[in-house]
Structure formats: C-alpha cells, structure tokens
Design a protein around this ligand. Structure first.
Ligand SMILES: Cc1cc2nc3c(=O)[nH]c(=O)nc-3n(C[C@H](O)[C@H](O)[C@H](O)COP(=O)(O)OP(=O)(O)OC[C@H]3O[C@@H](n4cnc5c(N)ncnc54)[C@H](O)[C@@H]3O)c2cc1C
Length: 408
C-alpha cells in the first residue's frame, strides 16, 4: 500500500508536464472561443484523442495509480487550461468510472471503448442521475426501470436533467429506481447503447460558466435495453435488493438517503478541478499585480494587494493537500472516518470561488472584461460548489459523520 507522499514521482512529473503542455498550448488558446460558442469543442477533444489524453487507457492508468495522485494531478492540469473544455474531455471518464466501479468485465470491455470512440470518430459518454425533482435528494428519483422477463429486457421511463453530454453521448449511463420503497438502495445503473429508440435530448441549458461543456435534459420514453445492460448483472441486483428489504423490515425504518454519503472517493476529483481553476486565476493575478503600475509602482507593492495574493496561494495549497489526502485514502482503501472526501471538495470549491473573485478585483476593470480570462474563470468556478453535491450537502455529510447525529 502506497505511503502518503507529497512529491510526485518521476513518472508522474513527466505526465503532469505533458498534460500541462497540452493545457497551455491547446486548451487555453481555445478557451474564450468555445466559451462564447457554448458548444462542445470537438476539435480539441479530437486533438486530445490523437495524443492519447482522451482515451480509456490514459484515464484507467491515472484512476488505478496506486499513490492516488494520478486523477487529482490530471484534473488540476486540464482544468488549469480551461474548465469548460476540460469537462468536455473528462466528462466521459466520469461515466466510464460508473461502469468500471459497478460493471462486469464483459460490460467494461464492451461499453467503455464505445464511450470514447477512436481518433477518427471521437465519441463522448454521459452519466445521468439528477432529475428535476431529485437533485440533492437522490432518493426522490422518479425514473423507473421495469424488468420484462419474457424478453429479458429492462424498460426505462423518466426525465433526467443536468446531464453533462446528455443527448450527444454515444453511450448513456442511466440511474433508475427499481424499488422506490428502498430509496437510493433501490436504484440501479443501466447502459443505454448508441441509437436506442426512446432516448432523446430535451432542453440544452444556457449556462453561467463551463459553457464549452454540453449540459442537457435526457428524456427516456419506453427505452428498452437488453438484460445485459444492467450494470453488475441481475443476480447481484436481486441479492442487493433482498438484503435492503430485509434490513428495512427489521429496522422498521424507511431506508435513509445513503446516496449523500456514497461519493467520498469521487469527490476529491472535483476538488482537484477546482484547484486547477483557482491556480490559473491566481497565476493571472500574480503576474498582473507585478506588472501593473499605479501611483508610480507595481500594485503588488501595496500590502492590500500582496496579502490577498498570499492568502490566495495559501488556500490553494491547503485545498490541494486536502484533495491529495482524500484521493490517497480512497485509492488505498482507508476509511473516510471524517468525510475527508467531502471536506476536500467543500474546501477546494469554495476556495476556487473566492480566489477567482479576488483575481477579478486585482485586475480591476480589466478583470471584469472578457479580454482577460479571470472573468471566465470566476463564472466557471461557481459550478464546483454545485455539482457532485452542493457545499451544503458536503457540510451535511461532514457534520453527520462527525456527530453521528441525523442533522437536517
Ligand atoms: C453544469 C452542471 C452539470 C451537471 N452534470 C451532471 C451530470 O453529468 N450528471 C448528473 O446526474 N447530474 C449533473 N448535475 C446535477 C448536479 O449534481 C445537481 O445540480 C446538484 O446535485 C444539485 O441539485 P439541484 O440542482 O437539484 O439543487 P437542489 O438539490 O434543489 O438544491 C438547491 C439548494 O438547496 C440546498 N439544499 C438542498 N437540500 C439541502 C439540505 N438538506 N440542507 C441544506 N441545504 C440544502 C442546496 O445546497 C442548494 O443550495 C450537473 C449540474 C450542473 C449545473
């Protein structure tokens, strides 16, 4: 089991520098254009595919890095380039992880390659869990999956919302309820293969930030998928449901919304995205403060500016340490005794919001315009306190974990 280390090893440094080069040379110069266009940056994804950055191999290598630092390092560098474009590149990975974590070997081998496509025909994938009436309250999910035993098919009906790559994905991973009485314990995940009848894109959202990333509703109307599309398989599902029903009967209680606490291991990845955006804004602000002169001297000569930069850098480093710790814990199987995954996401995302706002302030009028990137970074940063569990939900998970109390 890898010891916690704050130094990247030589191989990781090489990968980090390679990613940084891609972020600086390809992502950053394209950022403003795709933000304005509010469209998926297919040419950039294709370029990432050519280099091997957009591929299952690369993502799996980072995901299974035994030190736990592969994913945070990757996220930080790509999101340093630009959050909207980076999300378009890693969004597929988030869906792939759903299959890697719950799928059988056959499902992994069949579906993940189709999520990425190939260099000449790149594809994306979507993970669809949120619904109009089930955001933080995942247990309120209404999308239903009903088994048609005669045909060995599952029939899915419902409306998903906020799905990254929803409707434009080659493969959709859809979470649906099989037994609503069991809350989130009655949920299961399904692969919806390419061109399956009944799946369509609903509204595409016009967003505040990460505008290069496609976000849309996904409508499921009598979507029939083969039995083999249930992730993990039916036997495993039946066993899990039987256990949950037994537990619910014995305890005489409605099964609690466990989903709130199940993302400890994946949350540090979002924290790392936030660190990338925060670092990018801090670097812009530092450079600007050293070169912009007012009253005959660089503005960084004023403590009021310099101390802000000192705080920004301190908070970014603290956020990265929390992210790395949680990611290392997740990879090495340490128990999240104090909701360390949620802590890392909470702190890093709030830091990104604060630091990007401070960067605008340091750039003055220029910071408020689209001539400079910090305005975009500030809009982008707002997403980190919302998706993959809002800051309030992180606090709820942390407070419940620390206290053992059912805090509401
Ligand atoms: C750009 C974008 C991309 C996304 N991508 C995906 C995706 O790919 N797949 C997917 O499934 N989902 C995705 N989401 C959905 C995202 O995870 C949800 O938006 C998020 O979980 C919050 O749900 P909600 O928007 O319904 O807010 P709500 O749950 O309605 O929350 C509204 C407010 O109430 C607060 N609140 C709610 N409950 C409590 C409570 N118990 N205590 C204190 N405060 C509370 C929240 O913190 C928030 O401030 C995405 C969202 C966005 C905006």
């Amino acid at each position: 089991m890898a010891e916690f280390a704050m130094d990247l090893n030589d191989e990781q440094k090489e990968v980090r520098d390679w990613l940084h080069g891609f972020a600086a040379d390809v992502i950053r110069p394209a950022a403003a254009e795709w933000d304005e266009r509010e469209e998926t940056p297919w040419p950039v994804i294709q370029e990432a595919s050519k280099l091997g950055i957009y591929s299952l191999d690369f993502y799996a290598q980072q995901f299974f890095d035994p030190t736990g630092l592969g994913i945070p390092m990757t996220m930080e560098e790509l999101f340093w380039g630009d959050a909207g474009i980076a999300l378009s590149i890693v969004g597929t990975g988030l869906a792939a992880v759903g299959v890697l974590a719950n799928g059988t070997e056959e499902q992994i081998g069949t579906w993940i390659p189709q999520m990425y496509g190939d260099v000449n025909d790149v594809k994306v994938a979507a993970f669809c869990s949120s619904e109009p009436d089930a955001g933080s309250d995942v247990a309120a999910m209404r999308t239903r999956a009903v088994y048609d035993e005669a045909k060995d098919e599952w029939v899915l009906n419902g409306t998903k919302t906020w799905a990254t790559n929803g409707g434009i994905a080659n493969v959709h991973v859809v979470v649906a309820s099989i037994d609503p009485e069991l809350g989130s314990k009655g949920h299961a995940s399904f692969i919806v293969p390419p061109n399956t009848p009944g799946l369509s894109q609903g509204q595409k959202f016009k967003k505040h930030g990460i505008r290069a990333s496609h976000t849309a509703e996904v409508v499921l109307e009598n979507v029939r998928v083969p039995g083999s599309c249930l992730l993990g398989g039916k036997d495993k599902l039946d066993e899990r449901l039987a256990r949950a029903r037994e537990k619910a009967k014995k305890g005489g209680e409605r099964v609690k919304n466990a989903a709130m606490a199940t993302f400890e291991a994946s949350r540090p990845a979002v924290g790392a995205m936030a660190v990338g955006t925060a670092r990018a804004a801090y670097e812009e602000a530092l450079e600007y403060a050293k070169t912009r002169e007012q009253f005959g001297r660089p503005i960084i000569d004023n403590q009021g500016v310099a101390f802000q930069l000192a705080d920004m850098r301190t908070q970014i480093d603290a956020a990265r340490l929390l992210v790395w710790r949680a990611s290392w814990m997740g990879t090495t199987g340490k128990k999240f005794e104090n909701a360390e995954g949620s802590m890392s996401k909470l702190f890093a995302s709030e830091t990104a919001k604060k630091v990007t706002a401070q960067a605008i302030q340091i750039l003055g009028g220029n910071g408020y315009t689209r001539e400079y990137p910090v305005e975009r970074m500030h809009r982008d940063a707002a997403i980190y306190t919302i998706f993959e569990g809002t800051s309030e939900i992180q606090r709820l998970v942390i407070a419940r974990t620390l206290s053992g109390m059912p805090i509401r």
